[in-house]
Design a protein around this ligand. Structure first.
Ligand SMILES: Nc1ncnc2c1ncn2[C@@H]1O[C@H](COP(=O)(O)OP(=O)(O)OP(=O)(O)O)[C@@H](O)[C@H]1O
Ligand SMILES: [Mg+2]
Length: 279
């Protein structure tokens, strides 16, 4: 289909229409690092607007490298990456509508929660009154409204991660990249944040690429899971989770969830085996 004839993406706030409009596309994008290490073999991956795609695979298979390529934090050694921003006029640059959440919340310890969340708006000179309003809205979304004047050290690990998510949301991204954001949290906090993220990404019509080592987390959150293998990093297979969005805690206790986890686990074992064979 011609790019110009593709329908436009859902408006912010509307339920996402997965599979409709591409948000980002890797066209044989590969990465060989300066020291000669082959981080990623050529990757062919199209993520559509409103999709929630997880990357899962053994350590060293290039998940973070792939995410950094999409964020333009690093350049591909060969191949291309295309970004669409709310239409086709912005193809080619990731722009400001992309947010990256790392495993560590990376907050400024000397600044209050609200100042931390406001940081990306300060960078682009958002007027003070508007910034204040957006920070309040972002904190309310992650249920941290009452903690705006706290310092990071006064919060739990899960709450600090919520601040980090609010800081990503305040920029009103349409593409959210998350690299093992909840990996350091206990299972209860992680489950809760997963539920919040499922709701937020649905409400905001976000396109999300999410890196995780957890089969349960990947199945709970994703519309599609990309299973990767290592030595060299590459896509091993894909796994769809055809369940209505937004997912809620009930999904976790369903037989369908258990079955999907078993199936994904089997594919992941095969990917691990393939990685060892080529190590
Ligand atoms: N800056 C770099 N310079 C050289 N090699 C690198 C660099 N960054 C990553 N690599 C190598 O590229 C490969 C992929 O690394 P990457 O960090 O993307 O893996 P990953 O799947 O995110 O692993 P993990 O699950 O442990 O986070 C690894 O072999 C790694 O050692
Ligand atoms: Mg990584």
């Amino acid at each position: 289909m011609d790019a110009a004839t593709l329908p436009r993406p859902a408006a912010a706030g509307a339920p996402p229409r997965a599979g409709v409009v591409p948000a980002v596309e890797l066209l044989s994008a590969e990465k060989v690092f300066a020291n000669g290490v082959r981080g990623l073999d050529p990757i062919q991956l199209r993520v559509a607007g409103g999709e929630f795609v997880s990357l899962i695979g053994p350590s060293g298979c290039g998940k973070s490298t792939l995410l950094k390529l999409v964020a333009k934090l690093i350049e591909p050694s060969d191949g291309r990456i295309l970004w669409w921003r709310g239409g086709f006029e912005g193809v080619g640059q990731p722009g400001r509508r992309l947010a990256f959440v790392f495993q560590d919340p990376t907050l400024m310890p000397w600044s209050r929660v609200s100042t931390n969340v406001r940081l990306p708006l300060d960078f682009v000179g958002t007027p003070r009154a508007e910034a204040k309003q957006r920070v309040e809205a972002a904190l309310a979304q992650v249920e941290l409204g009452p903690y705006a004047r706290h310092f990071p050290r006064q919060l739990s690990g899960g709450m600090r991660m919520r601040v980090s998510i609010a800081r990503a949301m305040v920029t009103e991204p349409d593409l959210l990249l998350m690299d093992e954001p909840f990996g350091a949290l206990d299972e209860f906090s992680r489950n809760r944040l997963d539920e919040d993220l499922a709701r937020l990404s649905w409400e905001r019509g976000l396109t999300t690429i999410f890196v995780t080592h957890s089969i349960y987390e990947a199945v709970f959150l994703s519309s599609r899971i990309v299973v990767m293998a290592a030595h060299p990093g590459r896509i091993f297979g894909e796994f769809r989770v055809d369940e209505p969005m937004p997912r809620t805690a009930e999904f976790r206790s369903s037989d369908r969830f258990a079955q999907a986890c078993r199936d994904l686990s089997a594919m992941l074992s095969d990917a691990a085996l393939a990685s060892r064979r080529t190590a």
